[in-house]
Design a protein around this ligand. Structure first.
Ligand SMILES: *Cc1c(COP(=O)(O)O)cnc(C)c1O
Length: 371
């Protein structure tokens, strides 16, 4: 593929020796679960984000379930979640005993807004999951202000994004809500060599409950205070992530610049481009544009060696397993349906070249002209 949809390997090349060394260090040390690497990575991630606590867990899906439990979510509760997101954002709710209630998103940012969330809130709503979709930044402060409810940031796609507020303070996803979750699945902006995740918070009580929940609901494997999980980030993944974390800033900056290069090259005259939330510098995880015949564009690009695909063609609330939670009928989410129908992801990576960007734009122009 001349321009792959994503490329996680090229960025690792300059770090190969240090990655090999990290793998050997863990193998020799012989401590594989909750040892020094996880401890160090948790401190380094928290410091990098500007959060008080980061707690490693097994993956980004369990991170959401555990974070919801730590917010006190349980049977009888509702959790508001967008439907235009990766399935796991909502799949993580039922294991708490709570029910997902789906909300719509903004067509330009593709993220939830205070209004779309508020429209789904009921007296049973216990928490909101705001997804920083594709690396864009959801308006967490506005959602908290409008609803007065705890907000969980699903930051699985937003490692490295930033938000500058009115007085110039820069904040990162992972520090804006009551609690936040990350995935280190290999294709994410900060990807490990297997599954991994983290929960971040600046609330000491939430952090303590998360640490207990990830370890069978126990502090010491002698006394058990609640039904928990076996959900830990392992030492190998933590050691890898420690090598990668110092590069995240420059990778994120490059992802952000690719968007500017696409714009300068005229991509916005061919398809509808994503809009960064006000004040945000998204580290675009996926570069998702809209067009009337997205699958035909993806097929045409594929034939030219350019990777492209739709991700969420059937939105989460329309997937059969979610029907059970919408007994009163499927939620009416017109923007979600429209985005599901028209979106398509174009290539983006931390190492994408000027030439590759040009190939994508030329490819889109040629495929659309030949339609
Ligand atoms: C990847 C992802 C998750 C789940 O992360 P895993 O580590 O794969 O379990 C959750 N939410 C969003 C938005 C994601 O992109």
């Amino acid at each position: 593929m001349a321009v792959p949809l994503f490329d996680t390997a090229t960025a690792l090349e300059p770090l190969r020796d240090r990655l090999d060394e990290a793998l050997l260090r863990v193998a020799r040390d012989g401590r594989f679960v909750l040892g020094p690497e996880v401890h160090a990575f948790e401190e380094e991630l928290a410091a990098w984000l500007g959060a008080r606590h980061a707690i490693g867990v097994a993956n980004g899906t369990e991170a959401i379930t555990i974070a919801l439990r730590a917010l006190g979510v349980g049977p009888g509760d509702e959790v508001v979640v967008p439907s235009f997101t990766f399935w796991a954002s909502a799949e993580a709710i039922p294991p708490t005993g709570a029910v997902p209630v789906f909300c719509d998103v903004d067509p330009d940012t593709m993220c939830v807004t205070a209004e779309t969330v508020a429209a789904a809130v009921t007296p049973r709503t216990k928490a909101i999951i705001a997804v920083h979709l594709f690396g864009n930044v959801a308006p967490i402060a506005a959602i908290r202000e409008r609803t007065g409810l705890p907000v969980l940031e699903d930051a699985a796609q937003a490692a490295g994004s930033t938000l500058r507020d009115g007085d110039g303070t820069v904040a990162r996803p992972g520090t804006m809500g009551d609690v936040a979750t990350f995935s280190f699945y290999p294709s994410k902006n900060l990807g490990a060599f297997g599954d991994g995740g983290a929960i971040t918070t600046s609330d000491d009580a939430i952090a303590e409950r998360v640490r207990t929940l990830r370890f069978h609901g126990s502090a010491d494997k002698v006394d058990y205070v609640e039904i928990g999980y076996n959900s830990r980030l392992d030492e190998v993944q933590a050691a890898i992530l420690r090598v990668l974390l110092p590069s995240l800033e420059s990778w994120a900056t490059h992802r952000h610049r690719v968007d500017a290069r696409y714009r300068a090259a005229g991509l916005g005259e061919l398809v509808t481009l994503p809009e960064a939330a006000p004040g945000s510098a998204p580290a675009w995880h996926l570069y998702v544009v809209r067009t009337e015949e997205p699958d035909a564009l993806a097929t045409g690009l594929g034939a030219r060696g350019v990777g492209a695909r739709g991700y969420y063609r059937t939105p989460v609330h329309r997937q059969p397993p979610m029907a059970a939670f919408q007994a009163g009928g499927l939620a009416d989410l017109p923007v979600t349906d429209e985005l599901a129908r028209t979106h398509v992801a174009l290539p983006i990576s931390a190492t994408m070249t000027e030439r590759q960007i040009g190939e994508v734009v030329d490819g889109v122009a040629a495929v659309l002209a030949g339609r």
